[in-house]
Design a protein around this ligand. Structure first.
Ligand code: FAD
Ligand code: EPU
Length: 288
């Protein structure tokens, strides 16, 4: 045994929505523990900010990254860094993105400002290529380490078919750490950019939620349209199922009023699919 911590835990506690039953949670500190955890069917949990987990939980092991995978080394690599590009040491996939962005702001390092306000871990943000109109996670990556049951490998972003809200990394390939590719600037400039990106979040609800339910669809004329706008136009804001509600503030957010179940959330997703005339692709991930 490698010493990974194994506990039965309620997953609701580890999600921003606050919904989900129990699972066997493996908290891993290093590669040996991670590979042991991957010896049976597993799922990887990040910040839990995009998940709707079933009320009965999941049968697979749920892996959480800690220890070495939650460490941050922002030391510039002297061989790869220049006056207009900083390549950092390794930052763990389990590092919370908001704290990482605060550190980058203080150091005056740009490229990831557009991801401000996203309550992910770095690994989950990379896996989804989380972002906003102001920028996305792949704007600031140099090298990724990806672990599968076969072992660890390193890839660069240009080797992946990443796009809007997708890295192209297969499910259950675990992003254990990354080296960042950053633009040297000043703390004031980085702060200004973060504040500009944050303004776009002002109309988003403050309740417990997994963020936007659906990806923004591309219409026949090639234009991307806000799924929230379509849900709003369909008259669905404020609709409620049990203790889950389509946010009155923004149509693409489902919020937990306290005590919502996964079944409540599924009912609202179904209602939106039935009433919005454009086919929508789910952004939330449903476990199982
Ligand atoms: P989780 O929700 O834990 O998991 C999501 C998926 O990523 C799962 O498939 C999981 O297995 C996988 N995963 C997690 N960690 C890893 C890893 N280390 N390696 C491989 N796979 C992994 N998203 C946006 O893009 N833009 C936004 O503006 C935005 N705003 C949000 C605002 C709020 C208030 C909330 C709650 C969410 C918002 N989101 C937004 C959604 C969410 O934050 C992103 O989808 C984010 O990428 C999820 O990351 P996570 O670490 O929480 O992953
Ligand atoms: N709008 C409405 N009614 C609504 C919602 C939106 O009329 O209920 C209108 C707004 O007034 C605005 C337009 O639609 O004119 C666009 O809205 P917004 O600026 O909120 O952007 P969005 O496209 O709905 C996207 C991302 C968010 C991200 C914001 C801000 C997606 C699916 N959503 O929302 O990402 O935070 O931009 O950059 O791409 C997420 O992915 O989880 C997420 C929250």
């Amino acid at each position: 045994r490698t010493g990974a911590r194994v506990e039965r835990l309620p997953l609701a506690r580890y999600t921003t929505l606050g919904v989900g039953g129990e699972a066997e949670v493996w908290t891993v500190q290093d590669h040996a523990q991670l590979l042991e955890a991957m010896e049976a069917p597993y799922r990887i949990l990040g910040g839990g900010s995009n998940l709707v987990i079933a009320d009965q939980g999941v049968p697979e092991r749920v892996i959480r990254l800690a220890g070495q995978f939650a460490a941050t080394d922002l030391t510039p690599d002297p061989h790869l860094s220049t006056s207009d590009q900083i390549v950092t040491g390794w930052v763990g996939g389990g590092v919370p993105l908001p704290g990482l962005l605060r550190k980058l702001q203080r150091l005056g390092l740009g490229n990831l400002e557009g991801t401000v306000g996203i309550p992910a871990q770095l690994g989950g943000a990379i896996w989804m290529n989380a972002g906003t109109r102001y920028g996305e996670t792949f704007d600031g990556l140099h090298t990724l380490e990806i672990v599968t049951p076969e072992g660890a490998r390193q890839v660069t972003p240009d080797e992946l078919p990443w796009t809007y809200r997708s890295s192209g990394i297969p499910r259950n390939h675990i992003v254990t750490r990354a080296r960042l590719n950053l633009r040297p600037s000043t703390p004031e400039t980085v702060l200004d950019r973060m504040q500009a990106a944050d303004v776009a979040r002002k109309g988003q609800p403050k309740n417990r939620t997994p963020g936007c339910a659906f990806k923004n669809p591309t219409l026949e004329d090639g234009q991307k349209v806000s799924a929230g706008l379509l849900i709003d136009r369909a008259g669905l804001k404020g609709m409620q199922a049990g203790q889950a509600r389509i946010a009155p503030e923004h149509g693409n957010f489902i919020v937990n009023l306290g005590g919502a179940t996964a079944t409540d959330v599924h009912a609202l997703l179904q209602l939106i699919r039935e009433r919005v005339p454009v086919p929508l692709e789910l952004e939330y991930e449903l476990w199982p």
